[in-house]
Design a protein. Structure first.
Length: 162
């Protein structure tokens, strides 16, 4: 048996076997009662910042409009401006919290472009470090996330407030 066959990523099991929501995961309720459970770290007037529950790296964030739209051309000017400001703020927060060597920031428009949830536009912001594609990612197709999501949430929340 090769090493590839015995590497584990147990946090993925919840996603694979868990129930899939009928509603869009990016359509938030207007009240903030579920924000901690949903990992919402910041709410703006027209858009918000949320942590990815199945991150590529520690601190993997997403910025989405409240309105259910699938393409940049569907955004009005105020939404587009606020989303870009939140992408910029997210990068600044990640630099303060994690001191990454770089950041990937972007979006995939449509399923053919790689959007996992194509129906609701969202930017991905992923902190990167030199060498973060270790042997686990390269040979085992497994990413190692060294900090628990709740710890990351607790670390980022006050940085978005300030």
């Amino acid at each position: 048996m090769s090493v590839r066959e015995v590497l584990w990523a147990p946090w993925r099991l919840e996603y694979i076997l868990g129930p899939k929501p009928d509603e869009c995961v990016f359509c938030l309720p207007s009240d903030t009662g579920e924000d901690e459970e949903r990992l919402v770290v910041h709410r703006g007037r027209l858009s918000y910042v949320i942590m990815n529950k199945f991150p590529y790296n520690n601190g993997h964030l997403m910025v989405a409009p409240y309105r259910h739209v699938s393409c940049l051309t569907d955004l009005d000017d105020d939404e587009a401006i606020e989303i870009m400001l939140l992408v910029r703020k997210s990068v600044a927060v990640l630099h303060r919290a994690f001191r990454p060597h770089g950041v990937n920031a972007g979006l995939n428009l449509g399923e053919a472009a790689g959007a996992g949830i194509a129906a609701h536009l969202h930017f991905q912001i992923v902190p990167r470090w030199n060498g973060d594609s270790s042997f686990m990612a390269v040979f085992g197709e497994t990413h190692v996330i060294p900090e628990h999501l709740r710890s990351t949430y607790t670390r980022l929340l006050p940085l978005f407030a300030g």
